[in-house]
Design a protein around this ligand. Sequence first.
Ligand SMILES: Nc1ncnc2c1ncn2[C@@H]1O[C@H](COP(=O)(O)OP(=O)(O)OP(=O)(O)O)[C@@H](O)[C@H]1O
Ligand SMILES: [Mg+2]
Length: 263
Amino acid sequence: MHQSGPGAAPPLVAERLAKTFDDGDVEVPVIADLSFTLNAGEIVSIVGPSGCGKTTLLNVVCGLTPASSGSVLWHGAAPQGMPGRVGYMLQKDMLLPWRTALSNVTLGMEIKGKVGMEERDKARVLLDRLGLHGFTDRYPATFSGGMRQRVALARTLVNDPEVLLFDEPFAALDFQTKLLLEADTVRLVREEGRSLLCITHDIEEAVSISDRVIVLTKRPTRAKAVYEIDLGDQHADMMEARQSPRFNDHVRAIWRDLEVSGT
Ligand SMILES: Nc1ncnc2c1ncn2[C@@H]1O[C@H](COP(=O)(O)OP(=O)(O)OP(=O)(O)O)[C@@H](O)[C@H]1O
Ligand SMILES: [Mg+2]
């Protein structure tokens, strides 16, 4: 178990990250200079113009792509390879069509060679909590986009990740489904004391779920602005949060930042 008390290093710190791809004859600078911290229990969102380097940033943070310079520290140390207890969620749910909802959720545990009654029960409880009671033995082809992302979320959470990395997992969903999934995600993240770094192009989503929003410039990207979001008690409820006057102020300010960045 990691330390999470005062004085403990934050789960994730990025320091002066830079990334340039070497694409044959041309060098493609994608991340110019980026630093941020994800503290224990925090939800931090990152918004930025299309193609500015958001997915690249997540890939660097979780060790899939090496940084050109700067450092990524997990609990104060640079991990060898992939950091432990990290859950990654993508826009595409990557469910396997020939497996039921339940066996999609237990897939990771199966690969590690440990799926018994206990693991299956844990998966079932998560699917229940995500509103999929009665669907555990059905196949993904019969599910809506929202249900598929709920299964994908259960699959991510069942491994008990300390930090979640989201790359626009709700982008393709309709507005109402997206709101419901955001609310469930925030509830599950907060209740279990996890941390979430969420890439999104939806400014309202970012403001309604986050403690902090980082706005990126266009490529090669750097932080253009950082907003601490405090919507008071209203933050606990997704719809209430959106009614708060401060919510609209933040949304307008971030919109202006992105307008100036260019998309
Ligand atoms: N392996 C690679 N080699 C060269 N260039 C790359 C590579 N991967 C990404 N890029 C370039 O990096 C830039 C940023 O890509 P990235 O996918 O990180 O952006 P993004 O902000 O996630 O975009 P989107 O908003 O479309 O999701 C793009 O111009 C892309 O072409
Ligand atoms: Mg992307």
